[in-house]
Write a protein that binds this ligand. Structure first.
Ligand SMILES: [Fe+2]
Ligand SMILES: [Fe+2]
Length: 291
């Protein structure tokens, strides 16, 4: 084996580009997704976890930076962090919108933030926690790549009835999630992370992510009495389980690839046309040097 091959730790073969995105969310209505409380609040539940969640991801990856010897992977870690930091800022701005309608965004965000910062602190004292934090990040990066794949391939199904500014925001976010989908995985593997542990963490993390998204959705729905309406639950069941959206079934085949022998994120989602998506959302993009 050559010296070059022995030191290779990055297996990303695409560019990871940092872009600034400035959505105009000033006109976003209360039920911005198809005028539907369940779908809107399910999306709010995801968005509320992004600012703190993505900061947790970058802290979890940076905790291993000093153990990486491949300069290419070092560069990719930097780009990964810059992209996630941008996503965090843009979702903070988006989360201002439901706040205008009286939803307890700050309380939920503060709870999520405290929990994730405690995990990072635990990782500074314990190798097991540090490894667990990185494993969770790898798993949720797979989850976001799987969702991003659907967003980019089937926008008409995923986003039917969604406010155009928010649709653009998620399309931009999806492109960047696809670009950096392998970075945390490569750091995990390069630092000796176990494949078996990763698969176990994937099972627990996916269940926790789904449960916490539904729990937050419920909190927001309850705020305006929507939990008492049968139409809310009919819409929720249909969105998660029935065609055309059937979110949970739609993502399942992609999600399962994680458990295949020899899985690597770069082997998947290679055929996506991100260029035309970026052209579509171009009105909100700004040059990277203004980041
Ligand atoms: Fe992100
Ligand atoms: Fe990400």
């Amino acid at each position: 084996m050559s010296t070059l091959a022995a030191s290779q730790q990055s297996f990303t073969d695409n560019l990871i580009e940092v872009r600034k995105f400035e959505p105009d969310t000033s006109q976003v209505g209360e039920y911005y997704f198809d005028n539907d409380p369940f779908k809107t609040h399910f999306m709010n539940a995801m968005s509320i976890t992004f600012p703190e969640g993505e900061r947790y991801f970058l802290r979890s990856v940076l905790a291993y930076r000093d153990e990486i010897s491949d300069p290419k992977l070092h560069e990719e870690i930097q780009q990964f962090c810059a992209q996630e930091a941008q996503h965090s800022l843009v979702h903070m701005k988006l989360n201002e919108s439901p706040k205008r309608f009286g939803y307890p965004m700050d309380e939920v965000e503060s709870f999520v933030g405290k929990m994730l910062r405690a995990r990072t602190e635990a990782g500074k004292k314990s190798a097991a926690w540090r490894r667990y934090n990185l494993a969770v990040t790898v798993c949720l990066e797979h989850f976001t790549a799987v969702l991003a794949n659907q967003v980019l391939k089937k926008p008409e199904v995923m986003f039917n009835g969604l406010d155009p500014a928010i649709r653009s925001l998620y399309q931009w976010h999806a492109v960047e999630e696809i670009e950096h989908r392998a970075v945390a995985f490569d750091v995990y593997k390069a630092t000796g992370g176990s494949g078996l542990v990763l698969r176990l963490v994937m099972l627990t993390t996916s269940l926790m992510f789904l449960f916490s998204s539904l729990r937050i959705t419920y909190i927001f729905l309850r705020k305006k009495g929507n939990t008492k309406r049968l139409s809310t639950w009919k819409s929720g069941f249909s969105y998660l389980f029935l065609p055309p959206q059937a979110m949970l079934f739609r993502i399942m085949p992609d999600w399962l690839t994680f458990f295949l022998p020899g899985f690597h994120p770069s082997k998947y989602h290679r055929d996506l046309d991100t260029t035309s998506v970026l052209e579509e959302v171009g009105q909100y993009l700004r040059p990277a040097d203004t980041v």
